[in-house]
Design a binder for this molecule. Structure first.
Ligand SMILES: N[C@@H](CCC(=O)N[C@@H](CS)C(=O)NCC(=O)O)C(=O)O
Length: 217
């Protein structure tokens, strides 16, 4: 059986967990914080979560590599379209959201979510770049009704945890939801994904993990 390592407040962890649930792959979770310990780095080269142990006992890090491994190794309940070009469009969407939006927004999480401090220069730069990234993403997002059309795909699995977190963080830091401002109709799309039982399971586990995390601080 697959073991998923990480913690349920992480959007990247929740992306992999949502994938496992939607694809109905049996797995167990092992609560793990990022670490620079030597034995941890052997399993996840930069000490990050999430990572998995496969059913054969091999370790794999990087959420997108994990997601695609799961799709290849467990073809039932596919989360990619059959058509090669449509599959590429899903990958294009994921690359945009992670590279041009989430990775940039991540620079403000320290202050927006965890009570740290971020310089005004970084706040301004992130606001400009995330806005540009979201405007670009809006041109790809169809919401018809899912991210890229009629089929629920990996694009939805990735968009849902990332966009929610970016919306929350930008509201906390800038007093405005950059996602809602730049992607018209995003609220009903998020609600649609959230109506799925597996999204609700991920949400409930995240809420419980968040409560524990802030209690421990
Ligand atoms: N590109 C990585 C990003 C994972 C990531 O940033 N994980 C965060 C938690 S959300 C982490 O482990 N941070 C600790 C660190 O950067 O040292 C992936 O897709 O898995």
């Amino acid at each position: 059986m697959i073991t998923l390592y990480g913690f349920a407040i992480s959007n990247y962890y929740n992306k992999v967990k949502f994938t496992l649930l939607e694809k109905q792959i049996a797995f167990t979770e092992e609560a793990t914080r990022p670490s620079q310990d030597a034995d941890f780095l052997e399993r996840s080269p930069l000490g990050k979560i999430p990572f998995i142990k496969t059913a054969n006992g091999q370790f794999l890090s990087e959420s997108q590599a994990i997601l695609e491994y799961l799709e290849d190794a467990y073809p039932a309940n596919p989360i990619y379209p059959a058509d090669a070009f449509e599959r590429a469009k899903v990958r294009e969407f994921i690359q945009h959201i992670e590279l041009n939006v989430e990775l940039i927004a991540r620079r403000i999480y320290g202050e927006a979510l965890f009570g740290g401090k971020v310089s005004q220069e970084i706040k301004d730069e992130v606001e400009t770049k995330v806005t540009t990234g979201l405007k670009g993403l809006a041109t790809l997002l169809k919401c018809a009704p899912y991210a890229l059309g009629e089929q629920f795909t990996a694009a939805d699995i990735v968009a849902w945890p990332h966009l929610q977190l970016i919306a929350f963080a930008s509201q906390a830091l800038y007093g405005k939801d950059l996602v809602a401002e730049n992607i018209p109709g995003i609220d009903s799309y998020i609600k649609l994904v959230e109506s799925r039982p597996h999204a609700q399971k991920v949400s409930a586990d995240r809420a419980a993990a968040l409560a524990l995390f802030f209690q421990a601080k």
